[in-house]
Design a protein around this ligand. Structure first.
Ligand code: ADP
Ligand code: MG
Length: 632
């Protein structure tokens, strides 16, 4: 028997291991199973290259919980270790790895945000254990089995063991403060979280099934008891779809893998992108465009990140561009450095390269879908536009590519690329400054009057109703030369696209001066500014508009634009109230000599304008209805 002291520079790292990363104690299981997987894979490799000549046999890794003995055992049939290897890999290397990790991160402020915590490895078992034993026998012919034990101090013992089988058992004697891990349900939960797609079979317990004859009746044994068979309960799918060749998979395979990933999500994905790169970095995965149940419900953190099929995290922020975190699916890359904090991760050259690649692939796929079947692409547009809008706003590289497939939809439900749309409207909608004015509505119902007025003038109106529309419009105006956007209710229809066509006014300036205070007397002055415009007689007598700029600032502010907009706080709503100086109403108001009647006329007309904008509410609305009744 060998007794030894593990060489550690700090007096005792075990208390530190135990203390820190408190919430992440559960990762010990992932670490130990990862080691078992590594050992099994190594054996397969040795066989392939002819260095192992025996029978590989069944490599299933077994996880066993003994509640009475307070142990968790992880058993593998991998390469195993001989005495020298235990000394080297467990006492020296594994420990120095753990020590390194602890000394590096014990003072990290965002330790909880460190993903993966890879590198702690074998010694993470001491987060939940009083004692750990390793009983192991190397695959090498003459190797003797050994048992290593360590009680959580730097002291260990190493003795010969009678084990006959190749492979390793790691036995964790669970500490009193970690007995939650002796519950089957807890272990099953962890296996499901971390091991669902590991490449070697993992067994946790058995399933018992009743044997049935061909008619489906239970078969009885001699003692007239139902005959049962027990089958191993395998918890993982060893060859998940993302590891397969894309050419070998059908649409249905992708859909069923989606169901496997999200058993609680009953929506089918719209389409998927299969990533498969091995140079200059290794990256596989499948990203799904989900079908959104409603526009508001956009979930982040539905992408799972794996490293060689080992689950790492479902928070991929900082690893993929923000707009792609809205997608679902799996990314697997051993090349993403997992033992550095998020803030470092974002600046890592490798991570940037991977993010760039994913962005490009997503754009390529969208371009391909658009090209292949435009009708189908259009039918999916309402579901995918949030991703595309977000991508265009936040990633310049994506913006450039998206020009090939990003669509605008008009109020008649027709779709156009940006280029097509420019062609369509440039003739009728170019203003005096040579700017092509894109008109849009955010709601067909609420802005119906304005849309109609614009159409009557021969203009086309887009529908832009996503929460990101204001941001996207800002981006488009900045990127496209000589293009501006204006919401249909931003101004009177004549001024929406200012062509410098002067219409003569029936009212003189003096008459306008006389009308202004009458109107101002019946509306809250701080909210409306009253102006006059010479429109057609057929246009509304009074209309209410909200200037494009102030409305857009307000929209962006509400969405939480941050920065300057965030500092401006709640912005008041400002509107223009435009009096049509060519409408007979203006003349009538002026001619009315009875002051009381004049006021009533003004009130009725402004209320109607408010009503058409859905702005007449509460007491004002009640009074309006009463007044209107009397008039009838
Ligand atoms: P890492 O897995 O990153 O190398 P670990 O601390 O997890 O670090 O493990 C240290 C080493 O101990 C491994 O590299 C391996 O050589 C050895 N080892 C651990 N578990 C096993 C096992 N189940 N079978 C064979 N060797 C193992
Ligand atoms: Mg390991």
């Amino acid at each position: 028997m060998t007794k030894g002291k593990i060489k550690v520079s700090s007096d005792n790292i075990f208390p530190i291991i135990k203390k820190f990363l408190y919430s992440d104690h559960e990762i010990f299981l992932r670490e130990l199973i990862s080691n078992a997987i590594d050992a099994s894979k190594k054996l397969q490799t040795l066989e392939t290259i002819g260095k192992f000549k025996g029978d590989v046999g069944d490599l299933t890794i077994k996880v066993e919980v003994d509640k009475a003995a307070k142990t968790i055992t992880i058993k593998d049939r991998g390469v195993g270790m001989d005495e020298k290897e235990v000394e080297k890999y467990i006492n020296d290397i594994a420990l120095s790895g753990a020590e390194d990790f602890v000394s590096k991160y014990k003072d990290e402020a965002d330790v909880a945000n460190l993903i993966g915590h890879f590198g702690l490895g074998f010694y993470s078992s001491f987060m939940v254990a009083d004692n750990v034993d390793i009983i192991t026998k190397s695959y090498k012919k003459s190797a003797k089995a050994v048992k290593w034990s360590c009680d959580g101090s730097p002291n260990y013992t190493l003795v010969d063991d009678t084990r006959k089988e190749r492979g390793t058992d790691v036995i964790i004697h669970v500490a009193d403060d970690s007995t939650e891990f002796l519950e089957d349900s807890r272990i099953r939960e962890l296996l499901n979280k971390y091991c669902k797609f590991l490449p070697v079979k993992i067994q946790f317990g058995t399933n018992e099934e009743t044997v049935r004859d061909k008619d489906g009746n239970p078969v009885k044994d001699k003692d007239d008891k139902e005959k049962k068979i027990t089958t191993p309960n395998i918890i993982n799918n060893t060859s998940p779809a993302w590891k397969k060749q894309p050419s070998k998979l059908k649409d249905e395979d992708y859909k069923s893998f989606y169901r496997e990933l999200y058993p609680m999500n009953f929506e089918e994905p719209l389409f998927q992108i299969h990533l498969n790169v091995d140079y200059p970095f290794n990256l596989t995965g499948i990203l799904y465009f989900p079908k959104l149940k409603n526009k508001i419900e956009v979930q982040k953190d539905k992408i799972q990140l794996y490293a060689n099929q080992v689950f790492v995290t479902d928070s991929v922020e900082g690893i993929v561009p923000d707009f792609l975190t809205l997608l679902h699916g799996v990314l697997d890359s051993p090349d993403i450095p997992l033992n550095i904090s998020r803030s470092y991760l974002q600046n890592d050259a490798r991570v940037k390269q991977i993010a760039g690649h994913i962005t490009k692939k997503v754009a390529d796929k969208l371009a391909q879908l658009f090209k292949k079947d435009r009708k189908d692409f259009e039918s999916k547009w309402d579901d995918i536009k949030i991703f595309i809008d977000y991508g265009m706003i936040s990633e310049d590289k994506f913006y450039d590519k998206a020009l090939d497939f990003a669509l605008l939809k008009n109020t008649e439900g027709k779709f156009f690329t940006f280029e097509e749309y420019l062609k369509k409207i440039s003739k009728a909608q170019t203003d005096k400054d040579k700017k092509i004015v894109h008109l849009y509505a955010s709601s067909i119902d609420e802005q119906h009057t304005y849309i109609q007025a614009a159409k009557n003038k021969g203009y086309d109106v887009l529908i832009m109703d996503s929460p990101l529309s204001s941001h996207l419009i800002g981006k488009l105006e900045q990127k496209m030369e000589n293009v501006t956007f204006s919401r249909v209710d931003a101004d009177s229809v004549d001024k929406l696209i200012n062509k410098d066509e002067k219409q003569s006014s029936k009212l003189s300036e003096k008459q306008q001066e006389a009308i202004k205070p009458i109107i101002e007397g019946v509306i809250p002055k701080e909210k409306f500014s009253v102006t006059f415009e010479s429109m057609s007689e057929k246009d509304a007598a009074i209309s209410i508009t909200q200037p494009e700029f102030s409305r857009r600032m307000k929209d962006m502010n509400e969405l939480g634009g941050g920065g300057m907009m965030g500092m401006m706080g709640q912005m008041p709503d400002m509107y223009n109230l435009i009096v049509n100086s060519n409408h007979p109403f203006a003349g009538k108001l002026l001619k009315e000599k009875d002051k009381k009647k004049q006021k009533q006329l003004a009130k009725q007309a402004t209320d109607l304008a408010l009503l058409s904008q859905n702005m007449l509410k509460g007491e004002e609305l009640t009074k309006f209805i009463e007044r209107s009744m009397k008039l009838i």
